[in-house]
Design a binder for this molecule. Structure first.
Ligand SMILES: Nc1ncnc2c1ncn2[C@@H]1O[C@H](COP(=O)(O)OP(=O)(O)OP(=O)(O)O)[C@@H](O)[C@H]1O
Length: 264
């Protein structure tokens, strides 16, 4: 189980923006059950990152954002970091720390209550889960972008929060590492009975791995639900402005084939 109590995630009448410019208005999402991996998809600039930041408490929002009985918006930072793990779109800085130190120090900063042995055990566990042991003693300054993205993910996953918010965690990764990350995140989400919202551009990865999909568009939610129910040619047109097909692959998963960009 996660290190802190969670519960279902609910967003009620949430609005968020920048200055006087609204990005998302009067959003209702959920309840999202513990154990769920949920993709947040939609076109560029539609508000995926803004939504994750609002849930993480990094962007002021109006409305209710609750995890179980806890109002996340009103939570002091020290408590929020126990409940919410947020991975931003930007990669960790290429410092001279080796990966093992970077993950250990980030974990210690939020979990000063754990013993050194427990910290070490958890860091080793997350390196093994992500298949990162070979990188543990490499300096971040000597890593590729994709390798640093994996270290950033390890820094969040090691905390085992009941709510994970991952902003495009596979954007810098090759095909093998994309699968590895999605499989690992899904395993942790189920194993820890956590909730994970993952903003992602690769719709087919989302359909393959996620329990539900939230499609943002026009300042709100265009569609939400099980992948096979949500993803339709009409939705592809409305969300992305493309003509596309949704077919079944030989293993039974829905797969999107993009045919043509429609003129705007
Ligand atoms: N710091 C900021 N100040 C003002 N406007 C911002 C800021 N950050 C984002 N925006 C605007 O908010 C809107 C939503 O941006 P956001 O980054 O949430 O979109 P996104 O769906 O994550 O996009 P992408 O898929 O391109 O990463 C965009 O119009 C963007 O220009």
């Amino acid at each position: 189980m996660s290190d802190a109590a969670g519960g279902p995630l609910r967003l009620e009448d949430v609005s968020v923006g920048y200055g006087r410019t609204p990005v998302l208005s009067h959003l209702d999402i959920g309840p999202v059950a513990p154990g769920s991996l949920v993709a947040v998809v939609g076109s560029n600039a539609v508000g995926k990152s803004t939504l994750l930041k609002a849930i993480a408490g990094l962007r002021p929002a109006t409305g209710g954002i609750r995890l179980g009985d806890t109002d996340l918006a009103r939570l002091p930072l020290a408590k929020r970091v126990r409940l919410v793990g947020y991975l931003s779109q930007s990669l960790p800085q290429p410092t001279s720390l080796v990966a093992y130190e970077a993950v250990t120090s980030a974990f210690r900063a939020v979990r000063g209550d754990l013993s050194a042995d427990e910290v070490e055990r958890r860091v080793e566990e997350v390196f093994a889960a992500l298949g990162l042991r070979g990188l543990a003693l490499r300096r971040l300054s000597e890593m590729s972008g994709g390798q640093r993205q994996m270290v950033g993910l390890a820094q969040v996953l090691v905390r085992k929060p009941p709510l994970l918010l991952l902003d495009e965690p596979t954007s810098a990764l090759d095909l093998r590492w994309q699968l590895n990350v999605l499989e690992t995140v899904r395993g942790i989400t189920r194993g820890e009975n956590a909730i994970c919202l993952i903003a992602i551009h690769d719709v087919n990865l989302a359909l393959r791995f996620c329990d539900a999909v939230i499609v943002l568009g026009g300042g709100g939610v265009l569609a939400a639900g099980a992948p096979e129910d949500v993803m339709t040619p009409d939705l592809l047109r409305r969300a992305y402005g493309i003509e596309g097909r949704v077919e079944r692959c030989s293993r039974g998963f829905p797969i999107v084939l993009s045919d043509r960009a429609l003129s705007v």
